[in-house]
Design a protein around this ligand. Sequence first.
Ligand code: ZN
Length: 175
Amino acid sequence: MAIREIIILPDRQLRLVSKPVEKITSEVRTLADDMLETMYAAPGIGLAAIQVAQPLRLITMDLARPDENGETKPLPRVFINPEILSHSEETSVYEEGCLSIPEYYEQVERPAKVRVRFTDIDGKVHEEDAAGLYATCIQHEIDHLNGVLFIDYLSKLKRDRVFKKFEKAAKRAAE
Ligand code: ZN
């Protein structure tokens, strides 16, 4: 396994629409393993393949919470070609962040519940009802596969401000 570089705003690759995974090859397994390692190292709770510059419909996630002893057992999950089948009318608001927009957090309103279909790393197809943080996270990550970022849900003023901040930082880093 290896830690890959996470691309950040304003990298234009973040706007690509990712392609479906046709077959779960050893490359796809390695990518999923690397993404999990990269996600844990960041640290983050979700990562889309495009964030490591691979335009494939592949997501990793770990929403494990500490148990009563304060210990958190890893719960790594891989979602291949995930899709939202339906969503609730009811919405909820979470403060979201993104490994590709580091140290920026803002409240985003999304459907509170979604039904999601995906293939796991062994090729098995699942359908699940997601609520709470799971619902927010899977919607955020599937957005990445469509070139959508959570800042797209903010006002133009806020979005422009964060975009300019990262553009300036990228220019400074390139100098
Ligand atoms: Zn993100």
